[in-house]
Ligand binder design. Structure first.
Ligand code: HEC
Length: 147
């Protein structure tokens, strides 16, 4: 590590290195949400809640997303769960934006090569999962029982 006057000169480099280290080691913190432009956030999913679109999105999920986020979407290590309050509470337009742009610095690839339609279908699928845990179990049971 640099010392004395070298230290001062190297400070920007050191800070940069720290930033990269922080990005590499940080767990997902949802900071990407702040980068979504308002116009994108406001977009609505033309397939929201449609069973056939959700099924199509599920197939894409298994092909492209499960290897990182898990087939159950509960996340693996530094790859976050998609059944968190953050993701389930995000607007469809926000998730769609993330799929298009990715968050490469934190390990989330871009999916801009998938057709828009496919990205909306995956978004619908992710949202259909609901939150994990007891709460969502109860919510699903209530839905099944028509309450
Ligand atoms: C190579 C591994 C990898 C693949 C494949 C991948 N992701 Fe991710 N994904 C990540 C990582 C790592 C993050 C955390 C990024 C961050 O910290 O902001 C992430 C974040 C996300 C988030 C935001 C989660 C949060 O809590 O902020 C969503 C939504 C998401 N991914 C959906 C998907 C979908 C849908 C696919 C498939 C089309 C997919 N991902 C494929 C690694 C991956």
């Amino acid at each position: 590590m640099a010392q004395g006057s070298n230290h001062r000169r190297n400070l920007p480099g050191l800070l940069l290195a720290l930033c990269f280290a922080a990005a590499a080691y940080a767990t997902a913190d949802g900071s990407w949400l702040k980068r979504v432009p308002d116009a994108d956030r406001a977009r609505t999913n033309p397939y929201a809640g449609q069973a056939d679109a959700i099924a199509a999105g599920g197939r894409v999920f298994l092909d492209h997303c499960a290897k990182c986020h898990g087939a159950d979407a509960e996340g693996r290590g530094k790859k976050p769960s998609l059944r968190s309050s953050r993701v389930q509470g995000a607007a469809d337009g926000e998730i769609f934006w993330l799929l298009k742009n990715g968050n490469l610095g934190k390990g989330m690839p871009t999916w801009s090569k998938l057709p828009e339609e496919t990205r909306w279908q995956v978004t619908a699928y992710v949202k259909s999962l609901g939150k994990s845990g007891l709460f969502s179990y109860a919510a699903r049971r209530d839905r099944r029982e028509g309450q």
